[in-house]
Design a protein around this ligand. Structure first.
Ligand code: NOJ
Length: 541
């Protein structure tokens, strides 16, 4: 499957478009908007989970991998969506959450009912109420273990207590999950996104972590490469486009996950570049983004993946991240320029770009000012944890305003009508107040909009083979404000320069002098780089 010259668009189903007025986005809502997506020029649509679920983690807590939650629609809707997308040249990628299931999954219920076979599907450990098997922490806060008094056992949950980790060392579990892949492949799906898939292989021995929260024992775990190879081969998905979400992973492992000779995945998401504004690595402590570090991380991952034959998914945004323009750009004075600049930075890198719904409009953080407006389980947990640790309500709210995953989950801003044209009912989460100016309808009309710029970037990938197939080298590496690189292939050269800051930067001699500018966020030419300026030059060798 070809994925290097493609662009993927991520749809957070619950917030994309509500077709029936219940306040939740749904599959028919996605069908309604397929023409918009075709016109954007993207190739694949990654849909976040719509399977049967109690929705404690918005569908990442799956109760049945093979059925559709009524909140999102029906199996007929899925089939129609696949067929309608295909008519428009769009392939679907479905989200496979294989590290854990909901505790409402039939397997877990049977485990709770005492069936040994299903207890072996999960990670249960004997122990008394006062002694969890290890001191590991859940990624959503608190212990990673939950006690079941009737069984006298604990089960592992790296996420919410209603998301029980599966036991991948059990071949029956691996067999069940391969069947899930076969089922969706037979429906005509073209690819898969694997949720936190580098956490599936747990260590043989469970021990306390005296240096951290336990992640070093199960991240890129002992059998991870073996399990991925087996899954891809047995479920026969090697010809599909696959992306693994890799939590706290390493570059070496991502090379192995994505080098075609390994026959594991097409590409990986890694997140190190999205932690440069975490103070001392702590998401819940604020600091301005460290631009030098951001640049270094992107550069290192690009060069090493190139050297060793791996492939990156390149992106700023998804449903777990605050909005990039609010975080790394300027969502006030230089809103338009900085959103376009950020798009330029990642789309022309060596890798497959992902556009997260609304990013192409320059959607901003939510701006939610009271705790009642937040919905995310992680945000609500950490709000409590921050208060317990001594932060004031105002301080904790400020952290959420910048860090909550809800910033990326507000309704897609379709137009200036109430609720941004997302729903005729009451939206499950409020849109930011700016939807009357930042919306798809307005940006389709404006030739200079962020949306039109994204279209141009996507188009450029189709016109210039160097973007998908070329090599990369980095320029001005010692200038922290500037992210610049050269793409090259045969006699083709493309120079990309981005000013990451809101002030002017002068570079002196530049290798693109005299070259044709093919794209940029300022219409005229200038010797100095203006605030958040981005420019792309085609070389003249
Ligand atoms: C990563 C998903 O993107 C996130 O939304 C979810 O909460 C966790 N994995 C757990 O499934």
């Amino acid at each position: 499957m070809d994925f290097k010259d493609k662009v993927v668009y991520q749809i957070y189903t619950k917030s994309f478009r509500d077709s029936n007025g219940d306040g939740l986005g749904d599959l028919r809502g996605v069908i309604e908007k397929l023409d918009y997506l075709r016109d954007l020029g993207v190739n694949y649509l990654w849909l976040t989970p719509f399977y049967k679920s109690p929705l404690n983690d918005n569908g990442y807590d799956i109760a049945d991998y093979l059925s559709v939650d009524p909140a999102f629609g029906t199996m007929e809707d899925v089939e129609e969506l696949i067929a309608e997308a295909e008519k428009r040249g769009l392939g679907l990628m479905f989200d496979m959450v294989f590290n854990h299931t909901s505790t409402e999954h039939a397997w877990f219920r049977q485990a709770l009912a005492g069936e040994k076979k299903y207890q072996d599907y999960y990670i249960f450990r004997e122990g008394g109420l006062d002694a969890p098997p290890t001191n590991w922490e859940s990624k959503f806060g608190g212990s990673a273990w939950e006690y079941v008094p009737e069984l006298g056992k604990w089960y592992l949950h790296l996420y919410d207590r209603t998301q029980a980790d599966l036991n991948w060392d059990n071949p029956e579990v691996r067999g069940e999950l391969k069947d899930v892949l076969r089922f969706w492949k037979a429906k005509g799906v073209k690819g898969f996104r694997f949720d936190v898939v580098n956490l599936i292989s747990k260590p043989a021995v469970f021990e306390d972590d005296h240096q951290g929260d336990g992640r070093r024992f199960y991240t890129d775990g002992p059998h991870i490469h073996e399990y991925l190879k087996e899954m891809v081969a047995d479920a026969d998905i090697g010809d599909m486009v696959t992306v693994g979400e890799m939590s706290s992973t390493s570059l070496d492992n991502c090379v192995r996950y994505t080098n075609p000779a390994e026959k594991e995945l097409s590409m990986t998401f890694s997140f190190h570049h999205l932690k440069v504004d975490y103070k001392d690595g702590n998401k819940w402590e604020l600091q301005p983004p460290d631009l030098g570090r951001l640049k270094d991380l992107l550069t290192t991952w690009q060069l090493e993946m190139q050297r060793a034959g791996g492939w990156n998914a390149v992106f700023w945004c998804n449903h777990d991240q605050p909005r990039a323009v609010s975080r790394f750009g300027d969502d006030g004075k230089y809103w338009k320029q900085s959103a376009k600049m950020l798009a330029t930075c990642v789309h022309l890198l060596r890798g497959t770009p992902y556009v997260y719904q609304g990013e192409e409009l320059g959607m901003t953080n939510a701006g939610h000012a009271s705790i009642e407006q937040y919905r995310d389980v992680e945000s609500l947990n950490y709000y409590r944890i921050m208060l317990e640790a001594g932060k004031t309500e105002a301080e904790a709210l400020e952290v959420l305003r910048q860090r909550s995953r809800d910033n990326g989950r507000t309704p897609m801003q379709w137009d200036g009508s109430p609720n941004a044209g997302f729903t005729d009912g009451t939206p499950w989460i409020l849109p930011p107040e700016n939807y009357q100016t930042i919306n798809a309808e307005a940006e389709l009309r404006d030739p200079d909009s962020i949306l039109q710029y994204y279209k141009r970037l996507v188009q450029l990938r189709k016109e210039e083979p160097v973007i998908a197939a070329g090599q990369i080298e980095f320029l001005f590496r010692d200038v922290p404000e500037v992210f610049s690189y050269r793409r090259f292939l045969g006699t083709q050269d493309l120079f990309v320069v981005n000013n990451l800051t809101g002030h002017e930067v002068t570079l002196g001699d530049v290798p693109w002098a005299g070259c044709e500018k093919v794209l940029g966020n300022y219409a005229d030419a200038s010797k100095v780089l203006r605030p958040y300026e981005a420019a792309v030059y085609k070389a003249c060798r």
